[in-house]
Design a protein around this ligand. Structure first.
Ligand SMILES: *Cc1c(COP(=O)(O)O)cnc(C)c1O
Length: 246
């Protein structure tokens, strides 16, 4: 993959992204401080992460275990400044690497994965911050727990010692219909509120994150964001450019 980019192009893209977020917040009466950018650096080299870090971003998402672990190692000198989020599908034989190297895990869709992550989180390290991935696209998607099972999965996660349940995540099916995008995110917010109602008071305080919205549908995610809650938009293409086909 060869990338020829203007030296200042990352800043330009970041500013354009912030302008989109601000415009969507203004349009829908939302507070931009509650929208957080998770820069999805998958397929891009460590140097791209460094450039984004220099531009003021600090949370990065990866969705392939091996690639993520390698990048974390390459950037170990910056470890304190970086927050690493695992956002991809995870097989149970790879949970140990996520438990050992990442700060967040967004895509928990079954109890077995949660249990292994908790058991494999190294002692003395802050609990892994996690989200339940919900399937809000019905038959159009296979990833994520069914909405009807989200509360029970969330409650079993909340009982695990080395995980902190932070919120919910979804990847709706791609669609250019903003009404459909919004209905998917609205369903995720209903799942979020359903889980929150069942948590104990101390767990409710930490449960504060909607991981929703990507380059193509962040406006719909902003429109459906909830007050007193962080909406983490996971942005790859709009920040780093298009990815080479795998
Ligand atoms: C790749 C990826 C993204 C970023 O997608 P863009 O459309 O490039 O912004 C967000 N979330 C997940 C889970 C991804 O795998």
């Amino acid at each position: 993959m060869s990338q020829t980019q203007e030296p200042d192009s990352f800043e330009i893209r970041l500013n354009a992204l912030k302008a989109r977020i601000d415009a969507a917040c203004k349009q829908h009466g939302k507070n931009p401080e509650q929208i957080k950018i998770l820069a999805v650096s998958k397929t891009f080299p460590a140097s791209a992460v460094k450039e984004a870090l220099a531009a003021g971003l600090h949370a990065f998402g990866e969705n392939y275990v091996q690639e993520g672990v390698e990048k974390i190692a390459q950037l170990i000198a910056h470890r304190q400044a970086l927050e690493w989020h695992f956002i991809g599908p995870l097989q149970s034989n790879k949970t140990k690497e996520v438990a050992e190297h990442f700060d967040w895990m967004h895509s928990i869709d079954r109890e077995k994965i949660a249990r292994r992550l908790s058991e494999q989180r190294p002692p003395g390290v802050k609990p892994l911050q996690v989200c339940v991935q919900a399937n809000v696209s019905g038959e159009a998607s296979k990833s994520g727990v069914l909405p009807s099972e989200a509360v029970s999965l969330a409650l079993s996660i909340a009982a695990l010692p080395n995980l902190t349940l932070r919120g919910v995540m979804a990847i709706p099916e791609p669609s250019e219909d903003e009404g459909l995008q919004r209905s998917r995110f609205a369903e995720l917010t209903r799942i979020f509120e359903g889980i929150r109602a069942k948590l104990l008071a101390p767990q409710q305080i930490l449960f504060d994150t909607l991981s929703m919205g990507m380059s193509a549908d962040l406006e719909a995610a902003v429109a459906e964001s909830l007050p007193q809650t962080t909406t983490m938009v996971r942005i790859g293409t709009a920040l780093f450019g298009s990815r080479a086909a795998k």
